[in-house]
Design a protein around this ligand. Structure first.
Ligand SMILES: CC(C)(COP(=O)(O)OP(=O)(O)OC[C@H]1O[C@@H](n2cnc3c(N)ncnc32)[C@H](O)[C@@H]1OP(=O)(O)O)[C@@H](O)C(=O)NCCC(=O)NCCS
Length: 399
């Protein structure tokens, strides 16, 4: 490990840290104008820097909260802007930054963290696991026809760019975050979203759905074409709803927009049944399935106790080399989670525990690839039921 120290960033160092992150992602340095737009996104006291004789690495987080299986909500750190200068990589700088950040989370009583990873090989060693996966889909607008029993939907009204910018936070905040893994949007996130919207080269439109009880969903999109003669794509930027009626009603609206060949939506919940709205489900194709959210249980005992379980008890033995205090055995049952000295039914590492925690993977599937060790199939069947959730997890928020 090379000689460097890690400390909290001062506010006058935030711009250099953001530029360092951008350089690490091969993006250009910010102009003064860009920094003025981005600066409000920086939640004070949440950035860390690694220094030798100058800044060589950084990461930060936003305060949030996350929905858990069973409907509970717990504080969450949304980790972002992770980067190490290209001439200082692979000498432990990120490892030092991660340690400092976890210590900060523990000191502030934040039991979990989530991030979106640029590469899949980086974060497992720090105890993060792929807890949420998502699919990208494409709908053939000319051929997709609604089944007769698909909900009719309610009233649609349209917002332009300025109204979208103004109303996005209240539209999002008013909808329940029902799926495990959904997070609250910190006020610090909205300036970045506004910036993205304003960079669109074609008009931004939001369709707001109003059902019997008022506004219960919205979809924001742009319509683009790569070049003359190419198919016209309606690209969904954001799609949230609180009822089956809003889900179907907004899709009905999207298919009614003229001069569109295909509709694309990225990072949707794995079990969102868009294709089942249509007479021929093959007019919806899944383009990609990818990891959406990497979860870290910073305080394993607290997080295991914060979600609900179904079925017969299971004892798990967790190994957590990066946050050793989490290592140990826990008895999980419908009554909750407690530390125990009973023999373990299942053994797994902290990153694998993160993968099963929100219900995104079954313990038996992880056992099949050697990531969970179990006393037998009976224990795995109990664990599958215990960790299972009614719906797939989804984050639905980029940060
Ligand atoms: C990813 C990044 C932050 C890692 O920083 P770093 O200081 O090199 O990481 P560390 O030296 O602490 O690495 C710790 C371990 O992870 C491994 N590792 C780190 N980044 C890795 C990567 N991208 N792929 C594979 N392994 C990686 C290291 O080899 C090291 O392994 P070891 O302990 O067995 O030697 C840095 O490479 C970077 O800035 N990349 C470009 C920007 C980026 O992708 N940021 C992440 C945004 S989510």
């Amino acid at each position: 490990m090379s000689d460097f120290s890690v400390r909290r960033l001062r506010s006058d160092e935030e711009r250099a840290a953001t530029d360092l992150f951008r350089r690490a992602l091969h993006a250009k340095e910010m102009t003064d104008e860009e920094w003025s737009a981005i600066a409000p996104s920086m939640q004070p006291d949440r950035g860390f820097g690694a220094f030798d004789h100058e800044l060589i690495g950084t990461l930060r987080s936003f305060d949030s909260e996350v929905t858990l299986p069973g409907g509970g909500v717990t504080p969450l750190a949304a980790v972002s802007l992770v980067g190490v200068r290209a001439d200082r990589t692979r000498r432990g700088v990120l490892t030092g930054l991660m340690r400092a950040q976890f210590e900060d989370f523990a000191a502030r009583g934040v039991p979990a963290a989530m991030l979106h990873a640029s590469e899949g090989a980086i974060y497992g060693r720090f105890g993060y696991g792929v807890a949420v996966r998502a699919k990208s889909i494409e709908v053939d607008r000319h051929r997709a026809r609604f089944r007769p029993e698909a909900p009719a939907g309610g009233q649609i009204s349209l917002l332009d760019l300025e109204s979208t910018v103004e109303q996005w936070p209240s539209l999002f905040d008013a909808l329940p975050r029902t799926r495990p893994g959904m997070i609250a949007r910190s006020p610090h996130l909205w300036p970045g979203y506004e910036r993205e919207l304003r960079r669109a080269t074609t008009p931004v439109t939001t369709a707001v759905h109003r059902g019997q009880d008022g506004v219960d969903g919205y979809v924001t999109y742009t319509v683009e074409r790569a070049h003359f003669g190419a198919p016209t794509l309606l690209k969904i930027q954001s799609f949230h709803y609180a009822s089956p009626d809003a889900f179907a009603g907004l899709w009905r609206y999207l298919l009614s927009v003229d001069l569109v060949d295909r509709i694309t939506a990225e990072k949707r919940p794995l079990d969102e049944p868009v294709e089942l709205l249509f007479t021929d489900p093959r007019h919806v194709t899944v383009q990609k399935i990818q990891d959406e959210g990497w979860l870290r249980l910073v305080d394993v005992e607290r997080m295991l106790g914060a979600r609900t379980y179904l079925g017969e008890p299971v004892v798990i033995e967790v190994t957590d080399p990066f946050l050793e205090h989490n290592s140990g055995r826990y008895r999980l049952s419908e009554d909750g989670a407690v530390r125990t000295t009973d023999p373990a039914d299942l053994e797994l590492h902290a990153d694998t525990l993160s993968m099963v925690y929100l219900g995104g993977w079954r313990p038996s599937d992880l056992a099949a690839v050697g990531r969970v060790r179990a006393t037998g199939t009976a224990a795995l069947e109990r664990a599958d039921l215990l960790f299972g959730t009614r719906v797939n997890p989804w984050c639905g928020t980029f940060f």
